[in-house]
Each structure stands twice: as C-alpha cells, then as structure tokens.
Design a binder for this molecule. Structure first.
Ligand code: NAD
Length: 465
C-alpha cells in the first residue's frame, strides 16, 4: 500500500532523466515522467500480445474476479492516488474532483466486472458471439486521466484483450501510478503504459499489432487518428470534443435548478468533455437564472487542490489557459456582459482563471461556438423553443445536451429533437458505468459503458449451423 503520492512517484519515475511534470496550481515539480522510445512501445506491445491468449483462456468469470481485485487495489491506495492526481492535474481533492475520480475508477472496474455477456441466438442455428480483438491501444486526455484510462481498460480487459495505454503528456504520472496499482492485482503483462507525447501516440495508432484503438481527446486529433489508422484498418472507438448545450424552458424555478446547472457546467473547473458549455435560457426566466448562477459562482472556493476547502482548481495547462483567455476576450470585444469573473490575476503562480459567467452574448460569438474547456459559461437568451433547438443543434459536435423543465413530458419532447449522444433532463453530464455513452456528429463514434460498450471491445463472430 502507498500512503503518499511521493511514494508512488518514487516507483514510477525513471532513475534519471525524463520530463519534469509541474503542479499547475503552484508550479512545483511533482515528479519526472519517462519519455519512452519506439523500442519500448514495441516491447510493450509484444509482451501484451504474448500474454493475451492466456488472459482470454481464463474466461469471463475469472477475468471479472481480477477486475474486482484491481478495484480493491485502487481503494486500498485511494488517498495516495487522489493526492497525486490533484498535484499533477490540479483538481481539488474535494468536490466532484480527485477523490471522486479515484472512487469512479473503482466503481467502473466493479460494474464492468458484473456485466452478463452471453452469446445471442439471432435466428435458428445462428449465434452471435463477441471475441477479443487481441491487443487494445488506448490514448487518453489530461482532464480525467485516471477515470478515462479505466473507461478504456476495464471493458478491454473484461473482454479478454490485453492493453497498452498512452496517457496525455500533461498527466502521465497519474496514469503510470494507477497502472502500477492495478498491476499489483492483475497478471503480468496484461496492462502496459507507454509514456510520451504525440509521436509515441502516432506510433501506437499505426502499430500493426494493435488490433483496436480507444481514443479520447480532441476532434482534431481524432481526425488525424482516423487517417493514420487506415493502413491497418484498425477498429476505433472515438470519444472526441463536445460543446454541450443546455436549454432551460420557461416553466422552471431558477433557484431549485441553479446548483445542478452550476456543477453541470463547472465540474472539474469546466474541463470536462460532457460539461454544459452553452446555456440557452428562455427570456422570461433569464435574469433570475443568471442571478442564481452568479451567487453560486461567486461563492465556490477556487485554489490549490490539496487545500481541503477548495472545490475548483486551476486550468491544467498554459495552452488551455490561453484558449480560455482568448475566448473570454472575444466575448468582451463583442460587447457581451461579464456577470462574474473574466479578469484573471496576472503574475500569480498557477493557471487560475476565475469562475466566469457571460450574459447577453450572441450565439455566433466564438465563446459559444468553440469548445472553451475552462471555468466559463456563456448564457444566451431565447424567445422560442424552436429557436433554442436550432441554436443547440447548430454546431458540428454533439456529445451531450440537457433540457431543464418542471414538466418531464415537455422536456422529453425537446430532448428527442437534440442532436447529441446523450440528452439529460434536469441534470447534465451524469455518466454511469451501466449506461451507454458516446458522441453524435464530430464528437466521435462507438459506445462506451454498459454491455453495449463492452461489445465494442469484441469482434462480433457469428457461428451458424
Ligand atoms: P488531445 O487530442 O490534444 O490529446 C489527447 C491525446 O492524444 C494525448 O495523449 C496526446 O498525446 C495524443 N495525441 C496527440 N496527437 C496525436 C496523434 N496524431 N496520434 C495519436 N495520438 C495523439 O486532447 P486533450 O487536449 O488532451 O483533451 C481535451 C479534449 O478531449 C477536449 O476536446 C475534450 O472534449 C476531449 N474529451 C472527450 C471526451 C469524450 O468522452 N468524448 C472525454 C474527455 C475529453
């Protein structure tokens, strides 16, 4: 068992060299991450490939029991993992952040272990089975590095594949530490990590012995992966960028939904793929919704993650901080109203951008039209539901969306008109290991979670007699 983040860092960082990883809240060094070369990737893939038939031969029940033991290992090391995640990613320990993320890792492992997957009889004498692909490559982002790795590896392993993970170069230590802990419970060589940047990611995608690729990250990188995986006709699951809309109907009580709206937008300080990123509010309740959100935004403590009182943290990296700054500036330039926030303190340690609400903004403004991926929410006024639906559907991405109403039927009738992989009613971004999740339009393809998600990690095979 590891008591502290530093104990984990000691076992995962190279003895010498590597890339220094800094805490985005303080600028202090968290540890050094290995920069793996192509030879390391090849040996990880070879080892995973050699281990795969034996892992497959164990069968579903035995593999599920390994996943449950892996979940236990995460729980036994939860505080050390959460501390490391907080220091490397920036997210606070408390709120829907680091401890929550580590807890979700265990929950996803256990729930994925519990699924039933029997062959389906599809017609007389014809059965549909799912067989493992072989070795799954998994490439992840920096916003929820541990949880998204588990989203990728848990169903892959359960299906009988072995896995090679490539974490984001911004958050490699979290994933290396998580894999180290998981590997204390898993058989040798079923789970490997290669650490590095874009080049090693490209090599993983093109690798002839990677049979399926799970990718979570930006739409732009997703498109590059589609192109570079063509020569090997690799199976892909792509969870890409989003710019989720929420539509508030006129019949709601603003005070009663404000907190759920707030966290729908500001979970993980807004750095969440399926967070609420544009809020459309009917003109009759607009001022009240803005006011209720402003009260919450001003009151939520933001700061260094290890301080137990904070629930919002820094933006994870300078590039993302600059995007947020630029987009809020575009809103100001266009005459939009900054309700709270909008003025980052210069010359401070850490990439802290204040919680920002922007009202009276045009739907075409870049802050609305582009994925801002930070602690900012533009709030757009509408007068007819048709207009709100048209604006919500007006972009080329469609990960999640939400409808807010005191009338479930009315909300449902709007929900079915929205072009998004998930539409939540009176909540936003609530994912569940049992419920399939995936994007519409350029937010990706393929499903994760639930038995449907598990099937995406298997090659369908019909046995007919
Ligand atoms: P990113 O696309 O920049 O990087 C993601 C990963 O891809 C990193 O590990 C990176 O090293 C790797 N990579 C970069 N170029 C590559 C290439 N050509 N070939 C192979 N690998 C390559 O994304 P990010 O900035 O780390 O993450 C933020 C984005 O992820 C946002 O757009 C967000 O919406 C999206 N996201 C989506 C989901 C979802 O479930 N749909 C979840 C979380 C994040």
């Amino acid at each position: 068992m590891f008591a502290k983040a530093d104990d984990l860092v000691m076992v995962i960082q190279p003895e010498t060299g590597g890339t220094e990883i800094k805490d985005p809240a303080t600028g202090e060094t968290v540890g050094r991450a290995p920069e793996h070369a192509r030879a390391h990737l090849d040996s990880a893939v070879d080892a995973a490939r050699a281990a795969q038939p034996g892992w497959d031969a164990l069968g579903h029940a035995e593999r599920s029991s390994y996943l449950n033991r892996a979940a236990q290992a995460v729980e036994d090391n939860a505080e050390a993992l959460a501390e490391l995640l907080s220091r490397e990613q920036g997210k606070p320990l408390n709120g829907p952040n680091a401890r929550f993320e580590v807890g979700a890792c265990a929950a996803w492992l256990r729930t994925t272990a519990s699924f039933e997957l029997e062959p389906e009889v599809v017609a007389d004498g014809a059965e549909l089975h799912y067989r493992p692909f072989g070795v799954v490559g998994a490439i992840g982002p920096w916003n929820w590095p541990m949880m998204i790795s588990v989203w990728q590896l848990a169903p892959s392993l359960r299906m009988g594949n072995t896995v090679v993970l490539k974490p984001s170069e911004y958050t490699p230590l979290s994933v290396l530490a998580l894999a180290h802990v998981l590997n204390t419970a898993l058989p040798d060589d079923v789970l490997h990590v290669v650490s590095g940047g874009r080049e090693i990611g490209e090599a993983l995608v093109a690798h002839p012995h990677i049979d399926k690729l799970m990718f979570t990250g930006s739409t732009e990188t997703g498109k590059a992966i589609i192109r570079s995986s063509a020569d090997t006709v690799k199976r892909l699951t792509l969870e890409l960028g989003g710019n989720d809309a929420g539509i508030v109907l006129p019949d709601i009580d603003p005070a009663s939904i404000a907190e759920d709206l707030f966290w729908g937008a500001f979970i993980n300080t807004g750095q969440t793929c399926a967070a609420l990123k544009r809020l459309y509010v009917h003109e009759t309740v607009y001022d009240d919704v803005v006011e209720a959100l402003a009260g919450l935004a001003a009151a939520m403590p933001m700061g260094v993650g290890l301080d137990e009182s904070n629930v919002l943290g820094p933006v994870q990296n300078k590039a993302q901080y600059d995007i947020v700054t630029e987009l809020v500036q575009a809103a100001k330039d266009d005459g939009a109203r900054i309700v709270v926030g909008g003025n980052p303190v210069e010359d401070q340690p850490g990439y802290f951008y204040p919680t920002t609400l922007v009202a009276d903004i045009d739907d075409k403004n870049p802050l609305v039209a582009r994925e801002q991926f930070g602690p900012v929410l533009p709030i757009i006024k509408y007068s007819s539901v048709d207009e709100a639906v048209a604006m919500a559907n007006g972009l080329d991405v469609g990960l999640g969306a939400s409808v807010w109403s005191s009338d479930q039927e009315k909300a449902h009738s709007v929900a079915v008109r929205l072009q998004a992989g998930t539409v939540w009613i009176n909540k936003h971004g609530a994912v569940d290991p049992r419920i399939p999740f995936g994007g519409a339009k350029q937010s990706g393809y393929g499903l994760e979670f639930g038995v449907e998600g598990l099937k995406h990690l298997g090659q369908p095979q019909v046995i007919s007699h």
